[in-house]
Design a protein around this ligand. Sequence first.
Ligand code: 8DG
Ligand code: CA
Ligand code: CA
Length: 343
Amino acid sequence: MNNKKLNVDAVGNGFNYNKEICGILLELAEYEKNTNRNIFKYEAYKKAAAVLASHSKRVNSGAEASKLKGIGVKIAKKIDEYYETGKLEKLENIHKDGRSQAINVLANVSGIGPVKAQSLYDEGITTIDELRQNLDKLNHHQQIGLKYYEDFQKKIPREEIQQIEAIIRKHILKLDENIVITICGSYRRGKQESGDIDTLITHPSYSYNKKRKKNDKNGPSSLLHKIIDTLKECGLVTDTLSLGETKFMGACRLHPDSITRRLDIRLLPQDQYYCGVLYFTGSDMFNKAMRAHALEHGHTINEYCVRPIGALGTPGEAVPINSEEEIFEYIQFPYKKPEERNY
Ligand code: 8DG
Ligand code: CA
Ligand code: CA
């Protein structure tokens, strides 16, 4: 679960006829996640917002909205209240509630989740400035998140990601020309702006199924570490939030005076690469729709593999996958180009 702020423009594809209601529902979603830690309600509000965002016309009443999948009686009532009075009492109260507002702000720092945000609040920290006076209460990731708090809130223009991608490619391919690189997320879906840079990498000799020896020079850990070292040397990567065997989370920037950006790099085995590319391309809503479709067609899919579901309901062996298209074929879902996955 990530804590980036939800954004009405991030849901749906094309024009949003229900932008106002979506904004309200996304605010309620944030409130449920951060203040109440109620992930069910968070998901329900997010889903309702996504359904309304992709609806082809403006809904004029709760009754009309409730005909859509994912919008129940309670949300319908809120829509009516908003249309009738021009506001929503629940949201007015949340806005007046200092605790909720403070927790929302704190939970927007990379690395600070709802639990940490609440404990900071309970210790009397309510603003970013106060947090900056209390660095000792934060771990390394959270300290870097705070250092770049303002920068990380800013969206990254597509042209800037293109430039960053070119640098990543140039330096990584110098290490080994067989490395495969795909920038996924909203960038791959063609969006003009993205929240961060989701990079997936694989190498033909790194496979999940082929057992490898310990300390193998081409094993995952040494490859990812080499990649990060190279990207630091060339000046692109400035900070590390976390670095494991297969996952780097960090910060990068084009030039010393550019805005600092969030960069994630994941190293995947080549036999799990396309499931990873599909998953990390998203959108989140598209993934949910695709998983549901897969189940209806006797398969279970996740970020690693596609597995048929047997007669007893248990998943079988992962099927070999060599492209994203093959995943769509397996589950009989008409192929959608990345730009068509902005659900
Ligand atoms: P953005 O960065 O421009 O805001 O949008 P994004 O690229 O679509 O979102 P992201 O948060 O960077 O996540 C990348 C993809 O990972 C997302 O499109 C789909 C997949 N994903 C899920 N579920 C989740 C989840 O709960 N959290 C995150 N961070 N990613 C998820 O399917
Ligand atoms: Ca992203
Ligand atoms: Ca991301």
